[in-house]
Design a protein around this ligand. Sequence first.
Ligand SMILES: Nc1nc2c(ncn2[C@@H]2O[C@H](COP(=O)(O)OP(=O)(O)OP(=O)(O)O)[C@@H](O)[C@H]2O)c(=O)[nH]1
Ligand SMILES: [Zn+2]
Length: 343
Amino acid sequence: MTSRSIEQAVAALRRGEPVAIVDGPTILPLETATRAMLDHADPGGEANLLVSGARAAALGLGNRLAAADERMPVRIERCDWLDRDTAQALFDPAGDFSRGPIGPLTPLEAGPHDGAAIQLLGLAGLLPAAWLVEKAAIDIDPAALDEARRSVTLVARARLPLDDLPASQMAVFRDGATGEEHAALIVGAFEGRPPLVRLHSECLTGDVFGSLKCDCGPQLRHALRIIGDEGGGILLYLRQEGRGIGLANKIRAYALQDRGLDTVDANRRLGFADDERDYGVAAAILRALGADAVRLLTNNPNKVEGLEAEGIRVAERVRHHMPPNPHNAAYLETKKARSGHHD
Ligand SMILES: Nc1nc2c(ncn2[C@@H]2O[C@H](COP(=O)(O)OP(=O)(O)OP(=O)(O)O)[C@@H](O)[C@H]2O)c(=O)[nH]1
Ligand SMILES: [Zn+2]
C-alpha cells in the first residue's frame, strides 16, 4: 500500500474507513464506523479503543495512568462487556448526563503516533475516539501530517467590490491537510507599515445567522470597518469553525452548554482542548500575500503567539472588543477568566 495524502485520509475517516499511521495505530472512528465495516476491520471483536486525553479525563480515566497528561491520548482495553453499543456511549457525551457511569474501564498507555491519530480525527471534524483495528484502507506518514497542516496553495484571486470599503480582492487558498478553502480578503492598499490584519475563524451561527451566543458576527463586520477606515489591510476567513472542532462538534458543545457547562468545559467533555486552532495555515497565507509583519486585531494572546511561532512578526496587537449582549456576556467573561483573553 502506498502512502496517501492527508486529505484522502481525512475523507476516508469521514466515510468510516480505517486509516493506518505508519509505525503507529490503525484507526476506525467510532463516530462513523458502520457495523459492517467494523466486522470487516475487527472480525474477532478484539479491538481496543483510543480516546483523547481530555475525553479520558472526562470519563475519569486519565488520572489512573502513571503519565497523566491531558494532551496524551489514552487506550482503553477491550473487555467482555465493552461491546459496540457500550463503546458508542463512551465517546458521545450527549448521554453523559442520562446514564450511569460506564465501567470499570482499564486505561492503557498510548502507543507511538496515537497523538497523530487523534489529530487526524480532529482534522476530519470527528470526535476524538476510534477503534484500534488491523485492516486499513489508507496509510499515512505522521511526518506528512505535520507538513500538510502548514501548507496552502493559492487557487484563485479576483476583484470583489464591497459596500463602503476601498477596492478589494478575494484570494482563495486550499488547505494542504483538509482540502478546505480559506479566504483572504485583501482590502485597499497597505504599503510601508505592517498591514492591519484580522484572523477570523469561521462561525456559521454568528457570521451568517446573527447568533447572540458569541461575538463573531459583530467582530467580523467591525474588523472590515476598521481595516477600511485605515485605507487597507487583510482579513483571513479561516475554516476553523468552533475554534477548530468543526460545526457538528460546536453544536454538540452548545448542547452541553444548554445543560450548564461553560465554553471551556463543553469542549473538554467532548474530548477536545479549549482551543484546537493553530496558526500555521494563517501564517502560510500571510507569507504568500507578502505580509511577514502585521498589526493584529485581536484580544486573544494565543493568536499573537501562534503567528509569531510560525514566523510572522506581530508588530502591534490592536484591541478588538465588542459590547456584550445578555446571551454572550458569560461567554466573553469565560474567555477572559479561563482562556487568558485581554480585556
Ligand atoms: N468550540 C466552541 N467554539 C465557539 C464557541 N463560541 C464561538 N466559537 C467559535 O470561536 C471562534 C471565534 O473565535 P474568535 O473570534 O477568533 O475569537 P477569539 O479566539 O476570542 O479571539 P479574538 O476575537 O481575536 O479576540 C469561531 O470559530 C466560533 O465558531 C463555543 O462555545 N464553543
Ligand atoms: Zn461565533
